[in-house]
Design a protein around this ligand. Sequence first.
Ligand code: NIG
Ligand code: FE
Length: 409
Amino acid sequence: MWDQIWTDIRVATAAAGGDGFGLIESAALAVDGDRIAWIGAAKELPAAPQQLAREVHSGGGRLVTPGLIDCHTHIIFGGDRSLDFDLRTQGASYAQIAAAGGGIRSTVAQTRHLCAEELALAALPRATALLADGVTTLEVKSGYGLDVGTELKMLEAARLLGQRLDVEIVPTLLALHALPPEFSNDRAGYVDRVVAELIPAAAAAGLAAAVDVFCESIAFTPAECARVLESARAHGLALKVHADQLSDLGGAGLAARYGALSADHLEYTSEAGVAAMAASGTVAVLLPGAYLMLAEKQRPPVAALRAAGVPMAIATDLNPGTSPCTSLPLAVTLARAQFGLTAAEGLAGVTRNAARALAMSDSRGVLATGLRADFCLWDLAHPRELGYWLGRGGCHAVVRGGKLRGNAS
Ligand code: NIG
Ligand code: FE
């Protein structure tokens, strides 16, 4: 006897192929423990639901999708950067603000003096908003510490956030984000410190699943990033790259060369970068919130990524500087409106392909027997609506690991 059966639902499994949504009308979904025990058309159930499960829930005809996966966030930080945004709307550029001591460095100053509990507390309302719009798995990066102690403190804060909320946190050490003020005249010295101390410490503490680097003219060179990726790989950590956001330094190619799980942003990625990603199986993570807020004009090469068969994920990039976006369905709408993704690519971007960007496809990202029972019930008529509303998520209820979240009914 199964624990639960959900009936009177329409399921978009997010499985590849078919109509792109994996839509099953008049579906049923059975849960045993934290796993999906059965999923399909209700008429194919082997017996009446009451005979198969202890609890029978009606979904009221609602749409069900996999729990959403936000695979790129910087949700842990002190303060905010509303002043930066104000300056940008008056004409200053991201790079100019960074050069003048604003930007990432100002968030670093506001992050360093908070303890892990305070950082988790500051992130709580942001994370609560993401969860209310359907997120069940949340990647969280460090990167606003820029010293060993604060970077580890940020990862600890990410862990605490996962204890407070009904969500699975996937921590990433963003080892190269900006040059800290202490090393203004010693770039190599900082990279040495990251390789010799930061990565070994994070790996030894078991606080990070992956290491990320920001490969950009205002951040770190491909050679500096390569050193850090090499060290991360030697410590058995997965790799990610902030690539080609503001210029083409070959970040996508670098990510591919190291077998990174994902290359993220990609506005300036070349054809060669796309081909390299296709060959290495690196996921393209598109971040339309940052594109919008930086008033960027150059779009990521979506048609080339699509043609090359590179899986595309979509994330909020939730961060104070460039993407204060606390809704993953909103990010899907922005990706569709700004980058021309199809509705099916939108759904895959926050489910199947986002799982792949976190190396979690064996447990989640689609709804199938044996995978985690993480799913959302939506007040939406069709999965096309997931990336249609501009600021209305439409999430009615969430089941994570077989448990109904909160007190929704
Ligand atoms: O993904 N590109 C680098 N990192 C963040 C921005 C961080 C910040 O400006 O605080 C991003 O957009
Ligand atoms: Fe980012």
